[in-house]
Design a protein around this ligand. Sequence first.
Ligand SMILES: [Zn+2]
Length: 378
Amino acid sequence: MFRGSVRVGALFGVPIEVNASWLITLSLFVFLLGTAVYPSVLDGQPLWFYWTLAAVSGIFFFASIIIHELAHSLIARRSGIPVRAITLFMLGGVSQITRDARRPLIEFVMAIAGPLTSVALAGIFLGLAYAPGLRDNRTQVMWQWLFVMNLSLAIVNMAPGFPLDGGRVLRSALWGITGNFRKATQWASYVGRGLGYALIAAGMLVLVRVIPWFDPFSGVWFILVGLFIDNAARASWTRTRLLDDLRAHPASSVMQTVLPRIDPDLDLLQTMSRYYQPRYGLCAFVVDGDERVTGMVTDVELARVPRDRWPGVRAGVAMQPAAAIVTASPDADLASVLEQMEAAQQTQVPIVEDGRLTGWVSRARIVGIIMPQTAPGR
Ligand SMILES: [Zn+2]
């Protein structure tokens, strides 16, 4: 979803990633503040002052979005749901929460935490704007801008279109009332798609100047946000339906039982040429002299080594050690296997029964059950 994201650090153990598209948004805000907004409300200042104030505003805005996402992420983690990362992209921030909550109340709290945090931040910035000493200061306009931005962030995110925060709140309410997660997701996605289409239509009207009180540039923005929401709402519903269908199948029903065991001294090129399956990717288990599994080599480990070095790297060195691998039991349902796999960023998962390796399942195989026509190449 976010190709070209760079990890810039971590907060409370949650990785923070910045996508290249976010830099466009950030520079646009800083540019507009430095050249238009600040010079128009605050005259008689040197040029460097406008630009410095704009840059500092950008940093605070960046921090505000991260704090909003952190609220979602920390509640998710507290509820036992792993968070892969917080990613900032063109339209704001996203917490990459690896699975849905198991209860409506948790989903509700997790969703509302973000907008509530933004409201709290807006309150702090409003306080700063009118604090003694800052009130008549030439930085006041920056605190006012940050107040407006955080309040807007809260309001926009509370729009009821799934998967926005407001849509998640709506889903948790429908889920709580009906007790049916699947139906609740479906209805919330419909509202999300409706909101997306409404935004696209509004954007077009702004572009052709039927709605005159926005500049045409905002029209493009509305259309982009509308497309994003429509797309995300559709994807979320597809995913929920897929996971729901997978819940009916145990891992044992699809696992491959021929276990590709390899010697730790086998090099990656040979491992690849012997055990790579075009449909399901690479999966080989490294075993020691007593036939005990010590690690696994899959596409993920293979991708870490440049292709021209495959003949020189041994499987025992490149492998993911057994202790670090997520495994599943044969009767685990496929939805939870898939979710675990995604949280651990594995493409394959070993199936273990009473401590004994009995098979393995690839991500592509699971997805292929539900959507045989769209099964990816690996
Ligand atoms: Zn949010």
